[in-house]
Design a protein around this ligand. Structure first.
Ligand code: WT7
Length: 645
């Protein structure tokens, strides 16, 4: 380890006495979890309203498929909406919506209840019943959240597909889950332009036999094609439906949603989450990790509902806690780089949760931009998606957090459903760049290949050695893949393999080091190397492709591809490269576009024919080559290097 890294590890930021005085978390939290872990989770589950209490906290007899709060029944939407209204907080703002073009509206919990009820009545009229799947392909507008909650209310399992994904990606997710309804918009606002979205939905749905209806919110007013009988306008259906709806309870293990994420092979995995345990842990973590005070704080999580962060920390965690939050539709530099800071100022945002890639972008734009605004309302900052580098951490605290706001660096995954490892504000003395420790109730270990626990200083694998309430319950339609991906590595021990490297420092602080598999992390988005490779090989000019994630100053990792052309294909240079980048964009999404594509004569392979990505990463990052002794032909690098200038 370098001495610079050691310096970081010695720098500690203890909580201020003022923060400690009012913090939600006290030392009793960890003590309670240590004394009786399952009892601790029962206490957390009582944060929610249950129609029927559970009879057993955890049934792990069919491991690795857990059942939490067995026999318990609740309605997730009731917990996120109705109960706040019934408690007399109906006039509290739930969502301050800020549209990209500058329109804004605020929805109270009363409003949210009416909207969710109308949508639920409409979905019922369309013939949907509990257990059916609904695909949601929408930008960040209130109707997207209303749709998710209406699904939860009816026991429909939603599958949100990021609005930046291509029709191909949408289509494969609709098919995999056999969705009956797709909810989308005519278009979305992006950098001042109305970008059509319905055409992509139309294309995806055109041959999808499962889809009976496409429900369309008019967001931009642009022209759309219309299929009578199949397509419905939101304003002609939902807006006209009754605002009265009584929620029915569902089993704690009723599937709440499917969310697709990249794995090490080409096909995205439909991660399945259920109701009672998921809501318990999202509610618990949102309350303690963000020190959230309902009725006082204005919370803003900058994620998109297309990712798990949006599910857990825009929709279910905050709303279950009666939060008042900001939802912003657009990009941070539309119309200019002041946008986020104007929004913080306008609403008095007190808790701001974002990703390291955005923090580094702000750093690049310069501190004069945030400095031009009154950000004094901010009292807590959060980071998620990738390891945050200490420089970005310090800048975040200094410039956005006026040098005093605690930062919670939250480690978790789509699969874990909720935050697992994070400082607790008011308790933890933090170190810039470290996620610090598992939360009370959560157990993690760092181990080597042989499952031996590592002490300070050793790099190992992060495993979760005890089930947790918001854990995934499987991969939709592929339980073998579920077992194989997460549970086969430490099968004997029965541990969940997270796919991340990690280490403890001398003080016992936990440092997450990044993925140890073929999954890249680009701007906090998980993209598999093989997914991009198969998109490239799908182009008629390409015979073979190898993709690696190379260090990138802003996005964490950037995608670098090496391709071999088919015999007889002419290399047209920039024109070909542009075509290949577009291919990836339409097959997957613009976020998966390689930063760089090099046409090479050969790929470095081992004698058994495995592509040596480690060496390609060395090339992509401009390093001296590592050990090449297992290569068939070490000279291939001279050719690759000369193409990679
Ligand atoms: C992967 C999960 C969790 C919601 C957003 C991403 C990386 C996430 C951190 C962090 C270091 C982090 C890991 C993890 N990651 N948060 N605070 N420090 N690494 O969810 O797409 O499921 O990705 O993101 O590599 O495995 P995801």
């Amino acid at each position: 380890m370098t001495s610079a890294a050691q310096d970081h590890e010695q720098q500690v930021y203890p909580p201020s006495p003022e923060f400690v005085a009012t913090a939600n978390a006290g030392p009793e939290l960890q003590a309670a979890a240590d004394a009786d872990r399952l009892g601790f989770w029962e206490t957390q589950a009582r944060r929610l309203d249950w129609a029927t209490p559970w009879t057993e906290v955890l049934d792990w007899s069919e491991a690795p498929v857990a059942k939490w709060f067995v026999g318990g029944q609740l309605n997730v939407a009731y917990n996120c909406v109705d109960r706040h209204v019934l408690a007399g907080n109906g006039d509290r703002v739930a969502i301050h919506f800020e549209g990209e073009p500058g329109d804004s509206r605020s929805l109270t919990y009363n409003d949210l209840l009416a909207e969710v009820s109308k949508a639920a009545n409409t979905f019922t009229d369309l013939g949907l019943v509990a257990g059916d799947r609904v695909a949601i392909y929408m930008p960040m507008i209130p109707e997207a959240i209303v749709t998710m909650l209406a699904c939860a209310r009816l026991g429909l399992t939603h599958s949100v597909v990021f609005g930046g994904f291509s029709s191909h990606a949408l289509r494969s997710r609709i098919d995999d889950a056999q969705a009956k309804l797709v909810v989308t918009v005519d278009g979305q606002w992006r950098r001042g332009q109305a970008a059509p979205l319905k055409p992509a939905a139309d294309e995806a749905v055109s041959e999808a036999a499962s889809v009976q209806h496409v429900l369309v919110v008019k967001r931009t007013g642009i022209d759309v094609d219309w299929t009578d009988g199949r397509d419905l306008w939101w304003h002609e259906t939902v807006d006209k439906a009754s605002a009265e709806h009584t929620a029915q309870p569902f089993d704690a293990e009723h599937p709440l949603f499917i969310l697709y994420t990249s794995g090490t092979t080409g096909k995205p995995k439909g991660i399945v989450h259920t109701s009672g345990g998921y809501l318990t842990q999202t509610s618990y973590t949102h309350h303690y990790v963000f020190d959230h005070k309902p009725g006082q704080d204005v919370y803003w999580c900058t994620a998109d509902i297309g990712w798990v962060t949006g599910h857990s920390y825009i929709v279910y965690g905050p709303l279950s806690n009666g939060a008042t939050q900001v939802v912003y539709e657009g990009t941070p530099n539309s119309p200019n780089e002041h946008r986020h800071f104007e929004i913080i100022e306008k609403y008095g945002v007190s808790i701001y949760y974002t990703a390291p890639t955005l923090i580094r972008t702000f750093m690049k734009w310069g501190r004069q931009i945030p400095d031009a605004h009154d950000l004094s309302s901010i009292r807590l900052l959060g980071s998620v998606g990738e390891p945050i580098n200490p420089e970005a951490w310090r800048w975040f605290r200094e410039v956005i957090g006026s040098g005093t706001a605690p930062i919670v660096d939250t480690w978790w995954q789509t699969e874990t459903g909720a935050i697992m490892i994070s400082p607790l504000p008011g308790i933890t003395a933090t170190k810039p760049g470290s996620a610090m420790a598992p939360l009370p109730g959560i157990s993690a270990k760092i181990v080597d290949d042989n499952a031996a626990p590592l002490g300070a200083g050793g790099n190992g694998y992060l495993v979760l050695d005890q089930p947790w309430p918001s854990m995934l319950r499987g991969i939709w339609g592929d339980m073998d893949r579920y077992k194989d991906t997460y549970w086969s590595r430490y099968a004997e021990e029965g541990w969940y393999f997270a796919g991340d490297g990690a280490r403890y420092d001398e003080d016992g602080a936990l440092w997450v080091l990044g993925r140890v598999d073929d999954v890249m992390n680009v701007s906090g988005h998980r993209i598999s190397t093989s997914e991009v490779e198969s998109a490239l090989v799908g182009h008629p000019a390409v015979a073979e492709a190898a993709v690696v994630g190379a260090a990138d100053e802003t996005t964490g990792q950037g995608i670098v591809a090496f391709v071999i052309l088919r015999e007889g294909v002419e290399n047209t240079g920039d024109a070909l490269i542009a075509e290949l980048r577009n291919q990836v964009s339409t097959e997957i999404s613009p976020i998966a576009k390689p930063r760089q594509i090099s046409v090479v004569p050969e790929l470095p392979k081992t004698r058994s024919g495995k592509i040596m990505r480690r060496l390609l990463r060395d090339v992509a990052e401009g390093r001296e080559l590592g050990d090449t002794s297992t290569l068939v032909d070490p000279k291939v690098f001279e050719a690759i290097r000369s193409q990679n200038k």
